[in-house]
Design a protein around this ligand. Structure first.
Ligand code: DC
Length: 226
């Protein structure tokens, strides 16, 4: 049996900066399946809200609903596409991170994006990362991992990434932002960040990227699905 014949769905959840997307991308390439970055979808909505001046306040709810109705989000060749435009780099700013976290608590936004994510996962083998994949989007995924690391290590990784992209931001600011997002993401009423009962905990503090990739691939191989 291999991933071409049998559909496999791998769910990876965890807080910001745990390394989910780097790992998921590499595992997807190894298994030759699609990688779906659900955080990028919330970021795309957050980005469009900022562009159109829509806030998360109740008074803007009708404008938000209207905006969501005319929003198309797609993945193609490793790019995230919003209404036909590639927006990869534009969604990786601290401002968009904050708006993505804030708008992800709104029922209209979650409903739109989880419906789309469920449709994608129903159609093919995928590795999908986010906050509620194992608990909500793909409850019956063949593999579920909850990936985490200390807030300090996650802030260090994210800070390095932002500096490499030329952004001027301090480590202290990145750590504070991560702690705020952790709190927002795990305390919101709708599908908060939490480990699914049947997910395997993967604490990546002190682990190399290669070690984590090897671990996930070995779990898939062990099961005989690959
Ligand atoms: O993974 P990320 O940091 O790019 O995600 C951006 C925000 O989107 C994050 O703060 C929480 C939200 N999110 C979510 O609520 N549910 C998901 N499945 C993925 C992300």
């Amino acid at each position: 049996m291999n991933t071409k014949e049998k559909k496999i769905r791998i769910a990876i959840d965890g807080p910001s900066g745990a390394g989910k997307s780097t790992i998921a991308k590499a595992v997807a390439a190894k298994l030759d399946i699609d990688y779906i970055d659900t955080g990028a979808m919330y970021r795309a909505v957050g980005y469009k809200m900022i562009s159109e001046g829509i806030s998360v306040a109740d008074s803007d709810r009708e404008r938000l609903k209207n905006m969501l109705e005319r929003t198309e989000i797609d993945f193609c060749g490793g790019n995230i596409i919003l209404d036909g435009e590639i927006i990869n780099d534009r969604i990786r700013t601290p401002e968009v991170s904050k708006m993505a976290s804030d708008c992800s608590a709104l029922p209209e936004v979650r409903s739109k994006l989880t419906t789309l994510q469920k449709q994608i996962a129903a159609s093919k083998s995928v590795i999908m990362d986010g906050r509620d994949i194992g608990t909500n989007v793909i409850k019956d995924a063949e593999f579920k991992f909850f990936m985490t690391a200390s807030a300090e290590e996650r802030a260090g990784r994210r800070h390095k990434e932002l500096i490499e992209k030329g952004q001027d931001i301090s480590y202290a600011q990145v750590l504070a932002d991560i702690k705020t997002r952790d709190k927002n993401d795990s305390t919101r009423a709708l599908n908060p960040l939490r480990q699914a009962d049947d997910a395997e905990l993967l604490d990546t503090t002190g682990m190399s990227i290669e070690d984590v990739i090897r671990f996930i691939l070995s779990e898939v191989e062990k099961s005989g699905t690959n």
